[in-house]
Design a protein around this ligand. Structure first.
Ligand code: AHG
Ligand code: MN
Ligand code: MN
Length: 343
């Protein structure tokens, strides 16, 4: 008998960590795992099926004004469908939908949770066979019953019950936390199951990889410019210069840095004066995972998960990864960017 532990087995085992758990969160995580496998199937054969390219010839954009790819739309539909029939969520917020999606069917009558998600992260990499991902964040609803409402989503990152991401890469992995450490599961295509491959993931406290879109350098806050120069300086004692690695799919960049150590930065820029990444369904869930793995996540000044959230698609600057590196970058921000205060 093999010693493989599937995601399903692991989730049920961990349910005992929550004394009053009735299995809803376990079922919700299982539903996410199922949708992930369906999206994975399409991502894997994307070049063969008619699923590459923009969703519409007219360059249809989502609420963020970004071109929607066919796979953005497909992944969004799959996750919404899986979460809706699963019966554990009363509302869903997605990068691809301006308003929250109310789930109001027989199954969801007593649903306790809401899910915020980026169904497909790294859209610009879809057509060129580079890793993309899905990010999800789970909150307990604040409303007492009936369909979910917007307040259910406008909770701080510290209120997350669980969060995770799926990376569709050279292998497909699902990484999640419920606040008791981080565990990673690799999809074994031969049995169609996510299997525990990275138990209790921890990120190194210091490292030598920095990940940032340096093409935007001229628009970076002075603190970020100085930090980049610091990363590039020669200093044998601190093993500088560091390596630069930037994929352009936040899930993939964060995943690599989680494993090998490193810092990911998406600061404010001229094109994105409030930062590019979204607090609710990109930064908060990734911050929960990074912190649970021993790392840090800030907006250059404040802890991401403490930030007040006012709108579903609110953006923030993002400095995340190995604790010592994030501290160092924040020191530079404090020293050189006070005049242009991080928003
Ligand atoms: P999404 O595809 O969900 O819109 O997210 C794209 C994000 C993130 O994944 C990535 O790190 C970042 O945009 C890349 O932006 P740049 O191309 O500006 O570097
Ligand atoms: Mn994204
Ligand atoms: Mn996306």
């Amino acid at each position: 008998m093999s010693k493989v532990k599937t995601l399903g087995q692991f989730i049920i085992e961990k349910q005992n960590d929550f004394p009053y758990a009735k299995g809803e969160l376990s079922r919700l995580l299982r539903d996410i795992g199922i949708a992930a496998k369906i999206v994975n199937r399409e991502v894997n054969k994307a070049g063969l099926a008619d699923i590459l390219g923009d969703a519409s010839d007219s360059g249809e954009t989502n609420i963020q004004g970004e071109i929607q790819k066919k796979l953005d739309v497909f992944a969004n539909e799959q996750f919404i469908a899986a979460l809706s029939v699963g019966g554990e969520v009363c509302a869903i917020a997605s990068e691809e939908n301006e308003e929250m999606i109310v789930v109001d069917n027989a199954q969801s009558k007593n649903a306790k949770y809401v899910v915020a998600m980026d169904p497909l992260d790294g859209s610009s990499n879809i057509d060129v066979n580079v890793s993309v991902g899905t990010i999800f964040s789970i909150y307990r609803r604040l409303s007492l019953s009936g369909p979910g409402n917007i307040e259910d989503f406008l909770q701080r990152g510290t209120d997350q019950v669980a969060a995770g991401y799926i990376i569709y890469g050279s292998s497909t992995m699902l990484v999640y936390t419920t606040g008791k450490g981080v565990n990673g599961f690799t999809l074994d295509p031969s049995i169609g199951e996510f299997c525990l491959s990275h138990p209790n993931m921890k990120t190194p406290s210091s490292a030598k990889t920095y990940s940032i879109n340096e093409g935007n350098y001229v628009h970076f806050p002075d603190g970020v410019k100085k930090y980049i120069k610091y990363c590039q300086e020669e200093d044998l004692a601190s093993k500088r210069p560091y390596s630069s690695r930037y994929i352009g799919s936040a899930v993939a960049d964060v995943h690599r840095n989680l494993i090998t150590g490193g810092i990911y930065i998406y600061p404010v820029t001229a094109a994105s004066p409030n930062g590019k990444l979204r607090l609710l369904y990109e930064c908060n869930p990734m911050s929960f995972i990074i912190e649970q793995a021993g790392g840090k996540a800030t907006d250059g000044e404040r802890r991401i998960m403490d930030l007040e959230i006012k709108t579903l698609h609110q953006r923030t600057s993002f400095f995340a990864g190995s604790a010592d590196m994030v501290d160092k970058a924040c020191d530079f921000m404090k020293k050189y960017s006070t005049a242009e205060k991080v928003k």
